[in-house]
Design a protein around this ligand. Structure first.
Ligand SMILES: [Mn+2]
Length: 349
């Protein structure tokens, strides 16, 4: 246990400490956060590979008192250092992906272009490498008995983590907060695309018995068919339907209860920040009008916790500060979501 006698939770967050200004070492922490600075396949606007650092900086301003989980932080939260090699690899492969994406946008066929086909292969190998790396890192933390959270990067990053959890938990559900369904099969040819994360999770991780999506408002025919043909494995609460329910008099509590009813006992949360109203994440890669307020999602988490469900892991992804702002609202919002998720993760430790 860490010596907290010299730590003042009412004072300014010290950057020389770790995330949220907390004074814990990795060993002393119940919860370890793995930053994954990876954004190879983002389709629209880059920046999310720097998300973990921006969130870390913004986390110094988060006050530690949380009425949902009082003194949760005393269990210890620690963010691992950002792996510079992973980020370098992401930056390099991102350039290759950009060439492919602009070629596709112009109507090109990658299969007919030898050079781009090679690049595509390289990107897919890189995606596989990242999958294995995340798997290894998180599996070894779980083995040490740590609670684990992952900070993206783009939404492709948690696949290896969800796989690692499936080696410890044989039956669990994924609660996905997202503007997108992310159910495309190898979007733009990229096997490990951010837009394919839940397709890959369902394919690679049979232990995920249920996927519950909340806030989806941008999706294609292929994804809708996958939901409809999933034999109940996927339940999607589309933003449009949620809003219609509310316009017609349902309360947010009622909506949350419907969501939670669909989830099994063990739950993993995959939080794409673009599930929120884009005013709260204007620099995220693929913002979409609609979505939620932060407090709405926190209320959902609160009811989830009160229902007795066990939170077994989480990721927060697609937080970006874009090119023009280092102190953007995205990171400020991201740091607060992260803190809430950390607290609920250790609520029963
Ligand atoms: Mn997503």
């Amino acid at each position: 246990m860490a010596d907290l006698s010299k730590f003042d939770p009412n004072s300014v967050g010290l950057r020389s400490n770790n995330i949220f200004g907390l004074p814990f070492s990795e060993d002393e922490s119940a919860l370890v956060l793995l930053p994954v600075p990876w954004e190879v396949t983002v389709s629209y606007r880059p920046g999310t590979a720097r998300g973990p650092e921006h969130i870390f900086d913004a986390s110094m301003q988060v006050d530690l008192y949380d009425p949902d989980v009082v003194d949760g932080w005393k269990k210890g939260f620690y963010m691992l250092p950002v792996d510079k090699n992973i980020r370098k690899k992401s930056d390099f492969l991102r350039q290759c992906a950009e060439l492919i994406i602009s070629y596709l946008v112009e109507g090109g066929h990658v299969a007919k272009n030898e050079q781009l086909s090679e690049k595509l292969q390289e990107i897919n190998c890189g995606g596989k490498m990242l999958y294995n790396w995340v798997h290894e890192m998180t599996a070894s933390l779980l083995k040490e008995g740590k609670k684990v959270g992952l900070i993206g990067g783009d939404h492709s990053t948690p696949l290896g983590f969800i796989k690692a959890l499936s080696e410890v938990h044989e039956d669990f559900g994924v609660l996905q907060i997202d503007a997108h369904a992310d159910l495309r099969n190898a979007y733009e040819g990229f096997t490990y695309s951010h837009a394919s994360i839940m397709y890959n999770v369902l394919k690679e991780v049979p232990q995920v018995k249920k996927l519950v999506q909340v806030g989806v408002r941008d999706y294609c025919d292929e994804e809708l068919e996958m939901i409809q043909n999933s034999n109940g494995r996927i339940t999607t609460f589309f933003d449009r339907d949620i809003k219609a329910q509310q316009y017609e008099g349902s309360s947010w509590k009622q909506v949350c209860e419907q969501v939670i009813d669909q989830l099994p006992q063990k739950v993993y949360i995959s939080f794409d920040i673009d599930g929120l109203d884009p005013k709260l994440c204007p620099d995220t890669g693929t913002p979409v009008p609609g979505g939620f307020e932060v407090e709405q999602v926190f209320y959902l988490f609160r009811l989830l916790h009160a229902s007795g469900r066990e939170l077994i892991g989480f990721d927060l992804n697609e937080v970006s500060c874009g090119e023009h702002s280092v102190d953007g609202i995205d990171a400020i919002v991201g740091a607060r979501i992260l803190y809430k998720l950390c607290n609920f993760m250790v609520a029963n430790v």
